[in-house]
Write a protein that binds this ligand. Structure first.
Ligand code: WQD
Length: 339
């Protein structure tokens, strides 16, 4: 069964395509503008899986180009929609780019579902929709908080767009997957996070400092009300996140959903602080990190981590990879990039 992956040359999209092929569950088709990724990812996925995924280098904000795919492939059973900008600090600096790109692309996806009768949609959402939360861990009933940045706001609006769309179109089924912090790389060491320009996320910055590509890392804030003053996040291996997408599409295809708009948290449930992550990297890799303690970063929430029992129960999903797998695979990938 064919599934269209938007943003399929991106970090989570590419790992999901690999997972689909390795588990022989679905036949992926990839569309990506490659504004934030590279077409070479198609070659890397082929090297890992032996399969060259049908690839369209198009921006799904360009409706005509996007819709041509559905004219060509009449048997697409579902869409996994990853394509979006996703940096917290960048969204603070460039709000309009985030609203335009992230919402226009989703609008076109929903229009395609309607026009071409695509019954199943998986939406890449984010724990950032919870904002700053009083009670941790968060579960799917935790209400959306005040968004801390435009990125988080586009994910909140996106979820509501899909909720209203499925209310009035009962023939469609959607799953909203709220990721916590995806990190790590494919076990083969041949695919991982690619940041075309300077990375914003903690893990690629750690590995770039570790390998010497970046001189020093700044811990953004050590005066938060957390156990060591630095922000706490719930890190999950990207391959576990990929596995969840395959399981969520199977959940919809097998009609195991009880409503036509289901929400799942995808987290490990373990909160790890920035300082703890730095020390874990040094311990696991034996590489000393050059870092300093600095001011807070705009858009950050102090702490967020997940209660993912709903995904465990209904999707039969668990986080299988450990912190050592996350750190070790990210470090192996960084060293390969340097080759
Ligand atoms: C993590 C922590 C920083 C860099 C991510 C994704 C977003 C969404 C939610 C999926 C923060 C601190 C970082 C540095 C630092 N995931 N940090 N120094 O902001 O939680 O958002 O998860 O949808 O798409 O981007 O992740 O890795 O940017 O930051 O101290 O040089 O590390 O302040 O507390 P974030 P991040």
């Amino acid at each position: 069964m064919k599934v269209l992956i938007t943003g399929g040359t991106g970090y989570i999209g590419s790992h999901t395509i690999i997972e689909m092929i390795e588990t022989e569950t679905f036949t992926p088709i990839c569309i990506d503008s490659c504004e934030r990724s590279t077409p070479e990812t198609i070659d890397r996925m082929e090297k890992i899986t032996g399969i060259r995924v049908p690839f369209y280098q198009e921006n799904i904000c360009n409706k005509n180009a996007f819709f041509r795919i559905f004219e060509e492939h009449k048997d697409i059973v579902g869409i996994i929609h990853f394509a979006a900008f996703k940096s917290v600090p960048e969204s603070v600096e460039k709000p309009l780019e985030y609203y335009r790109n992230n919402l226009q692309s989703l609008e076109n996806v929903l229009e395609a579902c309607l026009k071409y009768n695509i019954p199943n949609l998986i939406f890449s959402s984010s724990c950032s929709i919870y904002g700053e939360v009083e009670r941790l861990p968060v579960n799917e009933n935790t209400p959306m908080g005040i968004p801390f940045c435009p990125y988080a706001h586009t994910k909140q609006i996106g979820e509501e767009m899909i909720r209203f769309f499925t209310q009035v179109n009962p023939q469609f089924n959607a799953v909203l997957l709220r990721y916590f912090n995806p990190v790590g790389a494919h076990s083969s060491g041949m695919n991982g996070e690619l940041s075309p320009d300077k990375p914003n996320n903690l893990m690629p910055i750690i590995t770039q400092v570790g390998i010497g590509k970046m001189e020093k890392l700044t811990v953004f804030g050590t005066d938060y009300n957390t156990r060591d003053g630095s922000c706490i996040r719930d890190y999950v291996h990207v391959s576990d996140i990929a596995d969840a997408h395959v399981k969520a599409m199977q959940f919809l295809i097998e009609k195991r959903n009880s409503t036509n708009c289901e929400v799942f948290n995808l987290g490990s449930g373990n909160g790890i602080s920035v300082l703890e992550m730095l020390h874990a990297f040094e311990e696991i890799t034996g590489v000393k990190l050059n870092y300093k303690l600095g001011a807070r970063r705009a858009g950050d929430v102090p702490a967020v981590y997940s209660d993912s029992t709903r995904a465990e129960k209904l999707l039969n999903w668990q986080c299988k990879r450990t912190l050592a797998d996350m750190v070790g695979s990210a470090w192996e990938w960084e060293k390969r990039l340097g080759d």
